[in-house]
Design a binder for this molecule. Structure first.
Ligand SMILES: NC(=O)c1ccc[n+]([C@@H]2O[C@H](COP(=O)([O-])OP(=O)(O)OC[C@H]3O[C@@H](n4cnc5c(N)ncnc54)[C@H](OP(=O)(O)O)[C@@H]3O)[C@@H](O)[C@H]2O)c1
Length: 258
């Protein structure tokens, strides 16, 4: 994948709103034709029309639940049917969940794992052989800045540990695919002002600490436009005063000699 992106084709999941919509706009602004995916058809179609009109690219809206293998297969088939190829995959669809572990509903684990981990791995598996055949492709996975915390942020440990797994998978995939001309990039966003964070009451108490999607858009534009022989493996875009990275043990920053 090189800096000349006009006419390339990208799938963006979770693109009806939030970070995914912003990234679909970024890709469209580079002349990339798009398939966008999310579960709810209405908002997805609205977003597709908005992007097509604004950026003068072709945009196909495919309703898709990334937890379902048959929906992922349909997404890939519909994209290949319309555009004949898939050059870029922006794996972004995700759900969050905030609970003390002992209170987290059992069904939450499966939902999180299928959306935030398996959905990503399965979709990559469905597109990867064509990319290998073309000796070209770019995969961008939306991980999370919370994976930089050790221990993981309280009340997010199932969400964040799945993102840790995704981050490890992405790095491994980079090594495995680099000789095929395929780039794999993880984006690690800090806490961003979207519907997803709107539900997380604790961290939105101080909204001035939330990021807009702008820095994430810049990170993805960078990943897509670096020279052919460069792959940004990971880009962390973290809030200056991110709500969840306060030290676990408070300490006084005082030199012992003073
Ligand atoms: N916001 C943050 O602070 C933050 C920080 C770090 C990482 N992230 C990651 O960034 C990604 C996007 O988050 P966001 O903040 O933009 O969330 P958001 O505003 O809630 O948007 C989520 C998008 O994903 C879609 N989606 C959810 N479940 C889906 C499913 N099963 N199948 C297909 N589409 C699905 C939603 O549409 P439907 O509901 O119609 O399906 C929507 O388009 C997620 O992977 C999240 O973990 C977010």
């Amino acid at each position: 994948m090189s800096e000349n992106l006009k006419g390339k084709v990208a799938i963006v999941t979770g693109a009806s709103r939030g970070i995914g919509k912003a990234l679909a706009c970024t890709a469209a602004s580079l002349g990339i034709n798009l398939t966008i995916a999310a579960r709810q058809e209405g908002p997805l179609k609205e977003t597709a029309d908005e992007i097509a009109k604004k950026y003068k690219v072709e945009v196909l809206a495919v309703p898709c639940d990334v937890t379902k293998l048959e929906d992922l297969e349909n997404l890939v088939n519909k994209t290949k049917g319309k555009f004949g190829k898939i050059d870029i995959l922006i794996n972004n669809a995700g759900v969050s969940s905030q609970y003390p572990f002992q209170e987290q509903p059992m069904e939450d684990f499966e939902r999180l794992a299928y959306t935030n981990y398996l959905g990503y791995v399965r979709l990559i598996r469905l597109v990867i052989n064509d990319m290998i055949k073309n000796k070209s492709g770019a995969i961008i996975n939306m991980v999370s800045g919370s994976t930089l915390c050790d221990p993981l942020p309280r009340n997010f440990i199932v969400y964040s540990s799945l993102k840790v797994g995704l981050r490890a998978f992405s790095k491994g995939l980079f090594w495995e695919l680099r000789d095929h001309g395929i780039k794999v990039t993880s984006i690690l966003p800090g806490v961003t002002d979207t519907d997803l964070t709107g539900k997380l009451k604790e961290i939105t108490q101080d909204t001035s600490r939330l990021m807009t999607t702008e820095a994430i858009e810049n990170a993805v534009r960078f990943a897509l436009t670096v020279p052919q022989n460069v792959c940004p493996l990971e880009i962390a875009v973290i809030n200056q005063q991110t709500p969840w990275t306060a030290p676990v043990i408070p300490f006084k920053q005082q030199h012992p000699g003073r």
